[in-house]
Structure formats: structure tokens, C-alpha cells
Design a binder for this molecule. Sequence first.
Ligand code: URA
Length: 197
Amino acid sequence: MEKKLEKIKKHVTECINCELSKTRTNSVPGKGNFKSDVIFVGEAPGKNEDMKGEPFIGIAGKKLSIALENVGITREQVYITNIVKCRPPKNRVPTEIERNTCKNYLKKEIEIIKPKIICILGNTAFNSLLDGKEIIKFRGKLVKKDNQLYFLTIHPAATIYNQKLTTVLKKDIKKLFKLVTEVKDKKEIKIDIEYTS
Ligand code: URA
């Protein structure tokens, strides 16, 4: 399992499949515990992530860490990744072409880790993975699609200047890990939205 992830990491590091490879400093593969029950999926690396080649290490990452620590979880215990693995110039939203070009990396990360729940952080991940819009209206919900569970919450960056949203993120992360425990205990859980394909 670890070896397979290392292989993806190498591919991501060397990837030149889209224009973002020309402007990046480093590509940013997913990072964390390959045995994690949860994969967190953000949008794309920002400036700090691009400099260091690690996901969620800037202010948004700090916000995510705080929400995790609030329920006694460290970053190292989970797996964190992004829809797009290279920084879009000026942190613009990645285009559909960039997202599509990058999507196989995430697909493989998910196949290898087989998380109990994928936690979608913000609109870009919501749109890319579930074709959704306006996560603020759907946050806190549990979704099932193709036998995979997804939990929806806001992007941690949204909490930077908004104390109310900090509380929302903490509340959602708490619910997420309660759901994970219930799934592991094989308890009956309430699915809020089910996609049928
Ligand atoms: N925002 C993201 O969506 N991902 C990161 O890795 C950092 C900030």
C-alpha cells in the first residue's frame, strides 16, 4: 500500500501533464497516514504548499489542524490531499481542464487508501467530486455515491476571517469523526443524500 502511494507521489512530482507544471515550484502530492479512515480533499496548493511540496501547511492548513486537534486527532493520523496537485497562478480556481488532467491521481489515492469517508473541503472539491455547488448549503451532510461515503464541509480558508465559520468547521469535523466511529462499529447511519448512477 505504502509503495503504491510512493509511486503516485513520484508521478505527481514529475508530472508535466498540464500548464500548471510550468509555473509551479513544487507539485504537492497527498500526505499522511495511508491507513487513515478519512481522506481530506481540498482545492489546490497555495503559495506555502508550492514552496514546500506539502498540502495544507499555510494558514488554511493551520485552521484544519486546529479543527482536528479539537477532536483529539493529529494531521499525521489522517491523509490530506487536493483535487489539483500544482498551484494555480495567483491561487485562482483550477480550470476544468486542469482538474480533469489531475483527477487520476486522486482516484488512485482513494483506491489505495479505501477511506471509510472522503471529507470534501469546500466548493472546488464538492464540484469536482459530486458535481455540487454552494457547499455552504450542504455542509454537515453525508453523501453516498457509487458505494463511497462523502462528508461535506467548508474550506478551512473560509474560516480565516470568520469566527462563525471556525465554529462551523469544528462542529462538522466533530460530526465527521462520530460518523467514522459509527461506520466502523457497523451502526446504522443516516445518509443525507444518495446519488444513483
Ligand atoms: N488550500 C487548499 O485547497 N489546499 C492546500 O493544500 C492549501 C490551501
